[in-house]
Ligand binder design. Structure first.
Ligand code: BGC
Length: 455
């Protein structure tokens, strides 16, 4: 009898572990992913192949990293994650003084018309300028716009498509700098000069390079995911800017990697479910396996399956568990922050979800699912980082990183350090650096460097 009980106790745990194996990517698979990503990057950079490429490798027209001599007062806008921010930044030889305000973007604006979106942005900017008593000044502005943008110059960028829950009409195919200028003109009460438009990954790289000169790659693991790196201008076949500078920042837009099936060999039923129920099915396949907008939902789908199989919660779920979007990505970080053998956060979260009947074995199962999903994300990002490091073939590179998943997950950093070291070519030394507000600082720095170069 005792023996039978023990076997019964052990069985769900073992089955959970077996079922979760589909979420593990082994090193051979990671190396295959690296090969495919490398090819995808080359297609994005190539003149003949770019238009059909999945990983676009957009040219940023940023060729100068900060050198520490930038100075002046700048405005910055940051649109792209969960919030919209306006910032004012004072840059000097040894100081960086920044004030900012977060403005919500209501859901109806995220999915409404482009005109309403840009009117809202212009209104927030005007209010901010009033509050900071620069209403009547004409300041230089950097605009961080974190969506796939085909840049035609430092201040001209055409939106390729929306991601991350945005779907405003009338913006795809348009120059977003012009849309911002139009909205400001409609108000007629403020005046700014847009010095540059950039992506958050680019901003992250600029802000890290301001502190560490060997920062050459940046990656965002937040609501969405993306990477930016320094490429030799000679390799950027589409670059049509002024000759003479050896390097150029490339916004890879790697969130789209896999949109052509390149990741199908590691995708699971949970990934397909998340994708099918998203606002952009078939798009941003890699992003949906990595980023904060989807991670919690992936975990939830696994938990639902295990509950239905009778492996968790005695087969009894709750209304919330079965509701889409109810398992927030921050829960993954919180659950994994519990010490081994302790389930304090896990218990609180399961209670919130109406699962107070969970046993300790259930909590161990839930934690295991979280670990598998977050570890897979960390490994995918690491494969991407190693691909870029190997491609750049520089002996020493600092990688700037930003985004809520990296920032708040207790083990993402160490998982990445370990896996990149295994996948990068021998002899390459790298360092991971948490970026301090790359989007805001980066926008100001792009504006500042543009002013520096002009003077
Ligand atoms: C966007 C990128 C952005 C990334 C991180 C993705 O969805 O396409 O432009 O850099 O999210 O915010």
């Amino acid at each position: 009898m005792r023996l039978t009980e023990q076997i019964d106790m052990r069985q769900p745990r073992d089955t959970i572990r077996e079922e979760c194996e589909v979420l593990q990517i082994n090193d051979n698979q990671l190396r295959e992913i690296m090969n495919r990503l490398n090819k995808a990057l080359l297609l994005g950079l190539g003149k003949e192949t770019h238009s059909k490429a999945i990983v676009k490798c957009f040219i940023t027209y940023i060729q100068d990293l900060p050198n520490g001599t930038e100075k002046g007062k700048f405005l910055a806008l940051d649109l792209g994650g969960t919030n919209f921010r306006v910032l004012i930044i004072n840059l000097g030889p040894n100081h960086f003084d920044m004030q900012s305000k977060i403005y919500a973007i209501p859901k109806h604006i995220m999915t409404g018309t482009g005109t309403a979106l840009f009117d809202h942005i212009a209104e927030c900017l005007a209010n901010f300028m009033k509050e900071h008593e620069v209403f009547n000044e004409r300041l230089a502005l950097g605009f961080t716009f974190s969506f796939p943008l085909k840049q035609l110059g430092l201040t001209k960028g055409i939106l390729e498509r929306w991601t991350k829950g945005f779907s405003c009409s009338g913006v795809v195919g348009e120059d977003v700098v012009q849309l911002l200028k139009d909205a400001i003109a409609r108000r007629g009460d403020i005046s700014i000069s847009v010095m540059g438009i950039l992506n958050d990954a680019t901003g992250c790289l600029m802000s890290c390079a301001h502190k560490k000169r060997d920062a050459r790659i940046a990656v965002i693991i937040g609501t969405g995911s993306n990477a930016c790196y320094v490429e030799k201008t000679d390799n950027c076949e589409l670059f049509d800017g002024p000759p003479g500078k050896k390097e150029l920042l490339i916004n890879t837009e790697w969130g789209a990697f896999g949109d052509d099936g390149a990741l199908d060999f590691i995708r699971t039923e949970f990934d397909r479910d998340v994708d099918a129920n998203s606002i952009n099915p078939g798009k941003q396949v890699q992003e949906k396996m990595i980023s904060g907008m989807y991670m919690g939902e992936l975990v939830r789908l696994v938990l639902v399956k295990f509950t239905k199989m009778g492996l968790l919660f005695g087969g009894r779920g709750s209304d919330l568990l079965f509701e889409r979007g109810s398992f927030y990505t921050k829960y993954v970080s919180e659950i994994e922050s519990d010490k081994p053998g302790d389930y304090t956060n896990c218990m609180d979260i399961l209670e919130e979800l109406g699962l107070s009947h969970a046993t300790e074995a259930d909590m161990a199962g839930v934690r295991h699912v979280c670990e598998c999903v977050s570890r897979r994300a960390a490994h995918l990002v690491s494969a991407g980082m190693a691909t870029l490091l190997n491609k750049m073939a520089e002996p020493r590179v600092t990688i700037g990183i930003d985004g809520s998943v990296y920032r708040f997950h207790p083990h993402f950093h160490s998982l990445m350090c370990e896996k990149i070291a295994q996948l990068a070519n021998p002899g390459i030394v790298f360092d991971l650096m948490l970026s301090e507000d790359g989007s805001g600082r980066g926008a100001a720095l792009v504006a500042a460097v543009a002013c520096r170069e002009r003077c």
